[in-house]
Design a protein around this ligand. Structure first.
Ligand SMILES: NC(=O)c1ccc[n+]([C@@H]2O[C@H](COP(=O)([O-])OP(=O)(O)OC[C@H]3O[C@@H](n4cnc5c(N)ncnc54)[C@H](O)[C@@H]3O)[C@@H](O)[C@H]2O)c1
Length: 311
């Protein structure tokens, strides 16, 4: 399969107004790619979109994509979506449209445009309830939230069309770091707690302190995406993107309260569809992408807080 000369280095990146998409798009420009960004700014911001990107403003779930996207492109990196498990229960149909229908439409576009690789923002939420050991990609998927169902469905479509459109599904764990939306108190455990600590010196924890997660720093995630774009070994695989480190909510709070002294903690009811505990087996990530996610939570949190304080 070939792409026209002009579009040999053209990438379509969706969700460029969001946390991860904007960071990744900036990195891809530095790597010498041309980037066409897509966003409907339903949660993202225009001010996040890096300079040097051609922007198409559109809702991917309800637009004829061949009319608005280039006729040929090298790859699609799909990060647009509704990204909160909690919010997915407010409007399950809307979540399905934003996460699964938009992916299916982009797959159809990618096949028509001779796209050579589709890299997809999947999530640890596809696993649902798992035992207390690092979760591997071949675990049975039992999502607990509408969000997780949408992400698993999107992966299913990618598998169905994989012979015509090779894919890489990156199952990201809890991504955190500079650029995260500090005004959204329903998405992103680290950004929610940090925003509360910095604004009111009081963190409200929804659920148990013994819950555990795998927190992975944004720069490590962007590196994983850049490698997923290049490594042929990764094609047609789902790959965990985490650190492999099991961190309890209580440990996260200790780190945050050390960085933001004087912060108190209160407890509230847990959120629907919340996984009790999950962390990644990173064997496949290391083998197929050749990457180790090296930023410790302490360093990542400190960098995040420094960035917020100087902004
Ligand atoms: N942040 C995490 O920890 C995490 C973990 C696993 C997976 N993910 C997935 O990674 C992707 C990016 O996450 P994020 O944290 O940057 O989220 P984000 O909300 O910051 O960014 C998502 C972007 O997609 C846009 N968007 C949403 N629906 C759209 C649509 N129908 N058409 C066009 N644009 C649309 C939003 O306006 C926003 O700019 C999402 O798909 C999310 O589900 C995120």
């Amino acid at each position: 399969m070939t792409v026209s000369r002009d579009n040999q280095r053209l990438l379509v990146v969706t969700g460029v107004g969001g946390f991860i998409g904007s960071s990744l798009a900036g990195r891809l420009l530095v790597d010498g790619y041309r980037v066409l960004g897509v966003d409907d700014f339903s949660s993202g911001k225009r001010s996040n979109v890096p300079l040097g990107i051609d922007l198409v403003e559109a809702n991917l779930a309800s637009t004829a994509l061949s009319d608005i996207l280039p006729s040929r492109a090298l790859a699609v990196l799909h990060l647009a979506g509704q990204s909160s498990g909690e919010i997915s229960f407010d409007d399950p149909v809307g979540d399905l449209e934003k996460n699964a229908v938009s992916t299916l439409r982009l797959i159809e576009y990618g096949i028509g445009a001779g796209v050579q690789r589709f890299v997809h923002a999947s999530s640890m939420s596809v696993y649902g309830s798992v035992s207390d050991k690092p979760v591997r990609e071949d675990a049975t998927l039992r999502p607990l939230s509408c969000y997780g169902v949408g992400k698993a469905t999107a992966e299913g479509y990618l598998q169905v069309f994989s012979r015509r459109l090779p894919y890489v599904a990156l199952r990201m764990f809890n991504v955190y770091g500079p650029g995260q939306d500090m005004s959204n108190l329903r998405q992103g455990m680290v950004s929610i707690y940090l925003a509360q600590a910095l604004a009111t010196s009081k963190i409200v924890v929804k659920g148990s302190m013994q819950r555990y997660r795998d927190f992975v720093y944004i720069d490590d995630v962007v590196e994983a995406w850049a490698l997923a774009l290049q490594r042929d070994e990764a094609l047609n695989h789902a790959i965990n993107i985490g650190t492999g480190v099991r961190t309890e909510v209580g440990q996260l709070l200790e780190l945050i309260t050390a960085i933001v002294p004087g912060t108190t903690v209160e407890f509230a009811d847990n959120t629907p569809g919340d996984q009790f505990g999950i962390y990644a087996d990173t064997t496949r990530m290391t083998r197929l992408l050749g990457i180790a996610t090296t930023t410790t939570l302490q360093d990542g949190l400190q960098r995040f807080v420094d960035e917020v304080r100087t902004a």
